[in-house]
Design a binder for this molecule. Structure first.
Ligand code: HGY
Ligand code: MN
Ligand code: MN
Length: 419
């Protein structure tokens, strides 16, 4: 059977119902009353979802592995096991008010592809590994995408183990609990290097839905810069302290954020500037705030724009600090990613082979593929989500669109795994 026949025959065994049921089963881990999920990295719910995947793999005699950063791998052996595998996957952790599809879809679409290959009786030359990367969201432990970053060598394991969440829990402690709880055997970092990587994901934007298309072929990911800003003032009595002698950290932070909003407001509305977290202490209604910590998430497709914005943030913050002291620290920088043309071409060929119209498009959201792209050819397949809404419990996608993306993934995996 030639490559195109075997790839489309495998894609034909993708089951919309089986994939949807799998997604709803996993959505139960951390399910919220508003129909979303709160399955934050290395939580009990995250571990339970990983255990579910391990049970799924065990039922099918697929091997499973974890690496020292807790990435979970499900391996379908190839006829030539020594060849570098094709990897596909995404993340199982979610935002605190996340949706059922962000991340989980990419992992479960990969597992559905393995089921479809089994049903089709197809074994590819190269092994295929489906991955659930640790802590992509970064909402509990910052920065995000740390599992894929350590796997790809962007960060060292040692540099992330002592990160602390807002409750004071240390990353290394819950990482050990998750690895033990998940139960899959450990595999050393660097022991397997993928030949190529593909990630399925909901678009998390309105473009595909607006064009009534099911498939996006992703060209790349915009650059991401994460900063922490700490403003130090002086705690004082709200009733007795005149304004002229206050060092009000929140008043200064508000002025700084307003000035940064102005700095990052561009005519083309392409710069993305977000203050997602702002912690005020001591947080007492009748005490002038002495300390404020807020986060900055800054993104743009052009690294020079990001760098020029970054270079001006310190001076803008200092100018608005008044009597307070302000410190800006860098937490993450991932330059804009351009995906591998040969992987993009394989995805396009698969969409055409299966009769899906597709759109070439960039990703506004960050994904683990941005790190994989540093060590192998990477690409992504988008499917639409309702109203483009994500990082929101109302996130929704249709079984038909999700299955369409899984079919294109399956066809592409066969092409690449037989290359
Ligand atoms: O932040 C991001 O872009 C990703 O969705 N975690
Ligand atoms: Mn995601
Ligand atoms: Mn996300």
């Amino acid at each position: 059977m030639d490559a195109t026949n075997s790839s489309s025959s495998a894609a034909g065994f993708v089951s919309e119902d089986r994939l949807w049921k799998f997604l709803m089963d996993v959505a139960a881990y951390g399910a919220t009353k508003n129909g979303g999920v709160n399955r934050q990295a290395l939580s009990v719910e995250d571990t339970a979802a990983k255990q579910h995947v391990v049970s799924w793999a065990d039922e099918r005699n697929f091997q499973t592995f974890q690496d020292p950063i807790g990435n979970l791998f499900v391996r379908s052996e190839g006829t030539e096991p020594d060849l570098r595998p094709i990897m596909t996957g995404s993340h199982l952790d979610s935002q605190p008010t996340g949706g059922r599809f962000d991340g989980a879809y990419g992992v479960l679409a990969g597992l559905e592809a393995l089921d479809a290959l089994n049903d089709a009786g197809i074994q590819t030359r190269r092994p295929i590994e489906v991955v659930a990367w640790t802590n992509e969201e970064g909402s509990r432990f910052s920065p995000g995408a740390i599992g894929s970053a350590v796997f790809a060598g962007h960060n060292t394991l040692a540099s992330v183990l002592d990160v602390v969440d807002r409750e004071g829990t240390v990353f290394r402690d819950v990482l050990a609990e998750t690895i033990t709880g998940t139960g899959a055997p450990l595999r050393a970092l660097g022991s397997v290097v993928p030949h190529a990587y593909i990630e399925n994901h909901i678009e998390q934007g309105p473009v595909l839905e607006g064009k009534d298309l099911q498939i996006g072929v992703v060209s790349g990911i915009q650059g991401i810069c994460h900063l922490d800003v700490v403003v130090l003032g002086e705690e004082a009595h709200a009733g007795t302290t005149p304004r002229r002698s206050r060092k009000d950290a929140l008043s200064a932070a508000v002025g700084i954020i307003a000035a940064l909003e102005e700095l990052t407001t561009d005519d083309g509305d392409t710069i993305r500037f977000t203050v997602g977290r702002c912690e005020v202490s001591p947080g007492s209604p009748n005490t002038v705030p002495g300390r404020v910590h807020f986060t900055i998430d800054l993104r743009h497709p052009d690294s020079e724009i990001i760098q020029s914005m970054r270079s001006r943030i310190d001076e803008v913050a200092a100018a608005k600090a008044g009597a307070c002291i302000v410190a800006v620290s860098d937490n993450l920088y991932v330059p804009p990613t351009t995906f591998e043309p040969s992987v993009i071409a394989a995805i396009r060929d698969s969409a055409k082979n299966l009769g899906y119209e597709y759109l070439d498009m960039p990703s506004g959201a960050g994904h683990d593929a941005m790190h994989l792209n540093a060590i192998c050819g990477a690409g992504m397949i988008f499917v639409p989500c309702l109203g483009g809404v994500s990082h929101n419990e109302a996130e929704s996608a249709t079984p038909a669109d999700l299955a369409a993306g899984a079919r294109v993934l399956t066809d592409t995996l066969v092409r690449l795994a037989n290359s």
